[in-house]
Design a protein around this ligand. Structure first.
Ligand code: PBG
Length: 324
């Protein structure tokens, strides 16, 4: 006779729910949102069905709906016309710029919302890179000054969490110092610590029209082959003052999420990126995968791997399902 029968713990819904190790809740989600210039307009991102780029007035309504569903945290990304882009990403720290104005208006209307930002030059850069470009190279240390200005402008506009996604060396320490020197000691930093040079960012670059104008991002984003390098990046970010460490993308990097969560005692977050969203949407539209169940399984697996919060385009859909 078999003495160990693991199936006994799966025999009914009641028992299955009793032994469940991982539970997904709406508190786990950070919802990325795309902002465009203008008024009373929204447009769907072609490669991300169900995800829109909103003008600020309509974005306000969207955030209101999300708050009603229990989503408390949002990460904003700006999509700018070419006329607002230059080689130094100047618009990125313009206090009157689209992004800064949006942050302060949202904070004013919804003070309870947690606003996370993105710090990198690409949405504002005529080169489409995350750092300053000179003679085809990405210049690290001079880029830090631009990132520091962006972070400060965002903190002044009311951001709760600064999210450096650029992968320059030394950015966390530099930004922490700029924030502290200006009295923003309570503004947090969620570092995109292990950000890989991934093909899964394609739909996002469509949404922001931010693809690099030449080359790729492999001299600053990490090689998908490496995990020890993620430990080095995470260690530096921890020492330099990050409050959260992020892994990006999520689904092909669950081992990295697990490794960081076992080695660091600050929260590990994961970015379930645009391509991961697009893959499921495409399969679901073809009737090849069942959208809701697959979505919940993806999100659950990211949490099971060790992520305490997930940036995901599925946030609103998943929140509606969880409410039922
Ligand atoms: C920009 C940035 C990117 C994403 C977030 N911030 C793209 C990139 O590095 O090219 C990707 C997010 C997604 O794919 O959902 N620094």
């Amino acid at each position: 006779m078999l003495t160990r029968r693991p199936r006994r713990n799966r025999k009914s819904e009641g028992i299955r729910s009793m032994v469940k190790e991982t539970i997904l809740t709406v508190d786990d989600f950070i919802f990325p949102l795309f902002l465009i210039e203008g008024e009373n307009h929204k447009e769907e991102v072609v490669s991300m069905p169900g995800i829109y780029r909103y003008t600020l007035d309509l974005l306000m309504n969207e955030i209101g709906e999300c708050l009603d569903l229990g989503i408390k945290s949002f990460c904003l990304f700006p999509s700018l016309g070419d006329d607002k882009k230059d080689s130094m990403a100047t618009e990125g720290h313009n206090p009157e710029g689209l992004y800064q104005v949006a942050l302060s208006s949202i904070k004013e209307k919804y003070p309870e919302a947690v606003l996370m930002t993105d710090v990198a030059m690409d949405p504002y850069s005529s080169d489409g890179h995350d750092g300053i470009v000179r003679d085809g190279e990405i210049i690290n240390d001079e880029t830090l000054e631009v990132l520091g200005k962006m972070a400060l402008a965002q903190a002044k506009a009311g951001a709760d969490i600064i999210g450096p996604s650029d992968m320059m060396d030394g950015r966390i320490g530099y930004i922490r110092e700029v924030l502290d020197d200006n009295g923003y000691t309570d503004v947090s930093i969620m570092s995109y610590s292990a950000k890989y040079a991934s093909a899964f960012y394609g739909p996002f670059r469509d949404a922001l029209d931010s693809a690099p104008k030449f080359g790729d991002k492999k001299t600053y984003q990490m090689d998908p082959a490496n995990v020890k390098e993620a430990l080095i990046e995470a260690e530096l970010d921890f020492v330099e003052g990050a409050d959260f460490l992020m892994v990006k993308p999520a689904l092909s990097y669950l081992d990295v999420i697990k490794t960081l969560s076992e080695n660091f005692d600050i929260p590990i977050t994961a970015y379930n990126v645009s391509g991961e969203y697009a893959m499921l949407k495409a399969a679901a539209q073809n009737g090849w995968l069942e959208n809701d169940k697959t979505m919940m399984e993806m999100l659950l697996s990211i949490k099971r791997a060790g992520a305490s919060a997930i940036l995901t385009y599925f946030a609103k859909e998943a929140a509606v399902l969880l409410k039922k």
